[in-house]
Structure formats: structure tokens, C-alpha cells
Design a protein around this ligand. Structure first.
Ligand SMILES: Cc1cc2nc3c(=O)[nH]c(=O)nc-3n(C[C@H](O)[C@H](O)[C@H](O)COP(=O)(O)OP(=O)(O)OC[C@H]3O[C@@H](n4cnc5c(N)ncnc54)[C@H](O)[C@@H]3O)c2cc1C
Length: 272
């Protein structure tokens, strides 16, 4: 069910958010704190996102036709502030919603928005980011994963690395090289990839802690329909930059990251 809400003053909005969070957040907070593995953490965030969506607190500044609340960006910030005060967050799921949602709203076509935005916002389908490669990190436009067009499909071959939570996700935003002759920023195409597509292989990287947060992802003749291009063919650098800008905003915006800083500060105080 979606909520059709009359515009609220910021003060009323904050009070309603705080009152809802007071009832709902403690159980989720306990679940997040008890999560021992990446999967448990991911699932706790996903469950919280569904609760938010079903109660009308997800996609606060998104248009209502895609499941959002249609409120103001200021109220989205107010909700994030209140949420972090209660020590809860949808974590990784929230960060990818904050990256994939805006890029589809701005650069996607209507069919893509209608297909992907609502399940993204409710975390019924989860997404990861296939950008970095062994030779394309800080210099992202150096990426070499190839996508060659055959009729209505691209055939993708290559490798990504450092893909957070790829093993746990359903879809990915994928940057590919489609034009070898153009200057490097002008030969990139932005694709939406179903991770169950044959030829996609996810290999976990084991960290020193024993966790496997990151993955390598290999592509062998992976077929992606042309309708999955976001923006223009060879024009993928524009939506890619949009993702990177929103990623920075999500990380810096207190939506979950603050929980880590609080824990780090507590650890630092405990071990002077
Ligand atoms: C927690 C975390 C999660 C991540 N999740 C994802 C993900 O989900 N998907 C994804 O695609 N990527 C992900 N990444 C990868 C991240 O985007 C890349 O690590 C980042 O772009 C840096 O690339 P690199 O590690 O290859 O380092 P490099 O680019 O090799 O840089 C190494 C060092 O060299 C310096 N350097 C690089 N170029 C220059 C230069 N021209 N002049 C001077 N110094 C330079 C850098 O500042 C750095 O100190 C994640 C990274 C982290 C830390």
C-alpha cells in the first residue's frame, strides 16, 4: 500500500518520523547489532528497508509513481537525521538505492523506471556496482571490460574487482567499453545487468578478518539486451558520474555511515 500524504511542515514531519522510529527502530537496531556475517547484516538492512517502504518512509523525495513519498529533499534529510539518532539504517541496501535510484530517475527511460524503481526502493531486488577493475580504480575511465553489439544484444567479456556484496545481489550497474577508437571517456556504455545471466561468475575475495565483503566478477560472453543501456551508447560516462556523485552524498549524508563512526569513536575511547 502507498501513502498519499498531505504536505507536512518540516516540524510535523520530524515529529511523525521520530514517533514512528521510536516504535519500530529498537527491534531492528537489535537485529543489526546481533548480525555476525555479511549476509545477516545485509538481510537486516533489507528487512528495515521493506518496513520503511511499507510505512511510507522510503524514497522520501522520490516521485510517488515510483513508490516514493513525493516530499522534499529537506524532509529526506530530516528523516535520515532522525533515523541515525535511533541507530538504524538499511546499510548497504540504502547506499545502492541512493546510487541506482537517482541515475534511473535522471538518465533512465520510462520502461526502465517502471520496471526497476519500485522493487529497488522496497529492496525486493538488490543491486551492486560493477565499476572498478584491476586497472581502473581512481582512473575509472580506463576500464576495459568489453561490450560488443550483435543485433539487439551486447556481448560482455572482462573482469571487475572490489564489487561489494555481489554474491548477495540480484542486479548490477555495469560500466563497459563499447568504442575503442573514441577518447576513453566517450567510449563507455552504462548497462543494467541481471546477475543471474549465464556467463557471470562471482568470486569472493577473503579479507584478513575472514569476511568476504568484496568480490571479483568475471564475464564470459554475457548477453545483455540493448534495452538495458542507461543513457546513450558510448555516453555512459554521464550516468557513471551521476552515480559517483550520489555515492559520495550517500556516504557523507549520514545514512548509515554514522553508525560506523560512532562505533569507531567508542573503540578509540576504549583503547586510548
Ligand atoms: C569499502 C570499499 C568498497 C568498494 N566497493 C566497490 C564496489 O562495490 N564497486 C566498485 O566498482 N568498486 C568498489 N570499490 C573500489 C573503489 O572504488 C576503488 O578502490 C577506488 O576507485 C580506488 O581504486 P584502486 O583501489 O584501484 O586504487 P588505485 O586507483 O590503484 O590507487 C592507489 C593509490 O594511488 C593513488 N593514485 C592513483 N592515481 C593517481 C594519480 N594519477 N596521481 C597520484 N596518485 C594516484 C591513489 O590516490 C591511491 O592512493 C570499493 C572500495 C572500498 C574501499
Amino acid at each position: 500500500m502507498r501513502f498519499v500524504t498531505a504536505a507536512l511542515s518540516d516540524q510535523t514531519f520530524r515529529a511523525e518520523a521520530a514517533s514512528w522510529l521510536e516504535k519500530q527502530a529498537p527491534a531492528t537496531r537489535a537485529g543489526i547489532e546481533a548480525a555476525a556475517t555479511d549476509r545477516e547484516h545485509f538481510d537486516a538492512g533489507r528487512a528495515w528497508q521493506r518496513l520503511l517502504f511499507d510505512a511510507g518512509w522510503a524514497g522520501i523525495a522520490w516521485p510517488t509513481e515510483y513508490g516514493g513519498r513525493g516530499a522534499t529533499p529537506a524532509q529526506a534529510t530530516i528523516f535520515a537525521e532522525e533515523q541515525s539518532r535511533f541507530g538504524v539504517s538499511a546499510g548497504f541496501v540504502a547506499s545502492t538505492i541512493g546510487m541506482v535510484g537517482p541515475v534511473l530517475l535522471r538518465h533512465g527511460d520510462e520502461a526502465q523506471r517502471a520496471r526497476y524503481l519500485r522493487p529497488l526502493l522496497r529492496a525486493d531486488e538488490t543491486w551492486c556496482q560493477l565499476f572498478s577493475e584491476p586497472s581502473a580504480g581512481s582512473d575509472l575511465a580506463n576500464l576495459a571490460t568489453r561490450a560488443e553489439r550483435y543485433g539487439d544484444e551486447f556481448v560482455v567479456n572482462g573482469q571487475k574487482v572490489w564489487t561489494s556484496n555481489a554474491l548477495l545481489c540480484d542486479f548490477a550497474i555495469l560500466l563497459t567499453r563499447t568504442n575503442l577508437d573514441a577518447p576513453k571517456h566517450h567510449g563507455i556504455t552504462f548497462l543494467l545487468l541481471d546477475l543471474r545471466t549465464p556467463g557471470v561468475e562471482v568470486r569472493p575475495l577473503r579479507q584478513i578478518t575472514g569476511a568476504s565483503h568484496f568480490n571479483e566478477v568475471f564475464f564470459t560472453d554475457v548477453r545483455v539486451p540493448v534495452e538495458n543501456v542507461v543513457g546513450e551508447i558510448d555516453g555512459g560516462w554521464a550516468p557513471a558520474r551521476s552515480v559517483l556523485a550520489h555515492e559520495a552524498a550517500v556516504i557523507g549524508g549520514g545514512n548509515g555511515a554514522a553508525l560506523g563512526y560512532t562505533a569507531l569513536a567508542a573503540l578509540a575511547r576504549a583503547r586510548p
